[in-house]
Design a protein around this ligand. Structure first.
Ligand code: AMP
Length: 185
């Protein structure tokens, strides 16, 4: 099963991706996690993207697309994957169509977690992960970027008939149950 988890920052994508990974035994691929690890290890990629992440802006499409295309070649993704944080722009979604076709990987479900804006901000401020982009100012930038650059990606998948809208308000278990019953339908 190939799943894309989609939604604004603070919607719970990372939390739900980990639960899905355990339930379906398919790996979770988070572009944000890859960037944060690269920054921590001060790799060339990390050095290149640090200021972008710190400011809540988006890494250039080409960098992200190349990274995902390369990563997905790993055989651990052959039986499925959960993409979290990608694609985040329409050009990324278009490029991913080509990658998915070349690598014979169709998307089965595009799961959209819906959470009201006030709730997102308070969740991020209280999650206390110590992320440099979790300040109120950076959260506002990330939400703006989400609305302008990322939200239109949903239309791209609407046209493919794979979108599952999930109410992202409730306990972690309740939301997880909604997601699994929706993708197993
Ligand atoms: P996330 O952990 O998904 O919230 O991502 C954290 C940060 O990593 C974002 O604010 C962006 O700076 C960067 N990032 C992650 N995924 C992407 C992507 N698909 N395109 C561009 N930037 C990304």
């Amino acid at each position: 099963m190939n799943i894309i988890l989609f939604g604004p920052p603070g919607a719970g994508k990372g939390t739900q991706a980990k639960l899905l990974q355990d339930k379906y035994a398919i790996p979770h691929l988070s572009t944000g996690d890859i960037f944060r690890t690269a920054i921590k290890n001060q790799t060339p990629l990390g050095v290149k993207v640090k200021a972008i992440l710190d400011n809540g802006k988006l890494v250039p499409d080409e960098t992200v697309v190349d990274l995902v295309a390369d990563e997905l070649k790993d055989e651990k993704y052959d039986n499925g994957f959960i993409l979290d944080g990608f694609p985040r722009t329409v050009p990324q979604a278009e490029a991913f169509d080509t990658i998915a076709k070349d690598q014979n990987k169709a998307i089965d479900a595009f799961v959209v977690l819906t959470v009201p804006e006030e709730e997102l901000i308070s969740r991020i401020l209280s999650r206390g992960q110590g992320r440099a982009d979790d300040t109120e100012e950076k959260i506002k930038t990330r939400l703006e970027v989400y609305h302008t650059e990322t939200e239109p990606v949903k239309n791209h998948y609407d046209a493919k008939g794979v979108v599952k809208e999930i109410n992202g308000i409730g306990t972690i278990d309740e939301i997880f149950e909604r997601i699994t019953s929706s993708v197993e339908k």
